[in-house]
Design a protein around this ligand. Structure first.
Ligand code: FMN
Length: 236
């Protein structure tokens, strides 16, 4: 069986990123945050600039809800309670079917992530607790919910993906860490009720945002990618 030390690429997310390539190469998901607040100017810069993301016919399907302070604490508590009670009712059904090669990567991610988090894969209680950390935004001081009143289809998904990656790269530029989270779409009724959103605003995805805790292995774990030759082909 492979050992973590042999196969894990560890990389600190530290400091700002000055080029798009640097932000792209050094971003990875952060799952342990410092509680210290994020400066308002940084948030303004990220959430203003990310609105430049492209979308189908410039339709801009996103609504962006940036939650902090007491509101965040209340959401964390309500969402955690619901998740523990198994009340997971996403607006958009989560996928269940994947090709075999994707299943292998997903299994590999689980193995590695539980390894760095110090969780025994057979310890269901510990795995459940780790899942629940999602709903506490991994202690981040900022949570972002992306909603849409559009008919949800493949192209809206692409638009939202473009938006989400833009936020993550802009955050990385500012020296901030992020974790994109489908988990944050698990309890849409709570999100709508707490943020005063109408029923037509579907909760598509969320993101935790803040300063990474530097000493945590979980934050230094850089996930592998398939070889260039496997995924990209030039045609002439
Ligand atoms: C749409 C989407 C949903 C995700 N949902 C979760 C989630 O609910 N919880 C979590 O810890 N990570 C989540 N992730 C993070 C992925 O696990 C992560 O992006 C992937 O393993 C690649 O690792 P990296 O982000 O560190 O490069 C999500 C990522 C995306 C793009």
């Amino acid at each position: 069986m492979e050992t973590l030390a042999e196969n894990l690429e560890m990389a600190e997310i530290a400091g700002t990123a000055t080029t798009v390539s640097e932000a792209m190469n050094t971003r990875h998901s952060i799952r342990r945050f410092d509680a210290r607040p994020v400066e308002q100017e940084k948030l303004d810069r990220i959430f203003n600039t990310s609105l430049r993301a492209p979308s189908w016919k410039n339709s801009q399907p996103w609504r962006v809800h940036v939650v902090m302070g007491d509101k965040l604490k209340r959401l964390a508590s309500l969402m955690t309670e619901a998740a523990l009670a198994g009340k997971v009712t996403p607006d958009i059904t989560w996928p269940t079917q994947y090709p075999a090669d994707a299943k292998r990567r997903m299994f590999d991610l689980g193995m590695k992530i539980y390894g760095v988090a110090g969780i025994d894969r057979k310890d269901k209680a510990a795995r459940d607790q780790f899942m629940v950390d999602n709903f506490k935004f991994f202690d981040a001081p900022v949570a972002v919910f992306i909603t849409s009143n559009f008919e949800t289809n493949y192209y809206v998904g692409i638009d939202i993906g473009c938006y989400l990656q833009s936020v993550m790269l802009l955050a990385r530029e500012q020296g901030l860490g992020t974790c994109p989270q489908a988990a944050l779409s698990a309890t849409p009724e709570i999100v709508r009720s707490e943020l005063g959103l109408p029923p037509e605003q579907k909760v598509l995805v969320g993101l935790s945002l803040g300063y990474p805790l530097p000493e945590k292995d979980l934050n230094r774990f850089h996930t592998p990618r398939e070889a260039f030759e496997e995924k990209v082909k030039y045609y002439t």
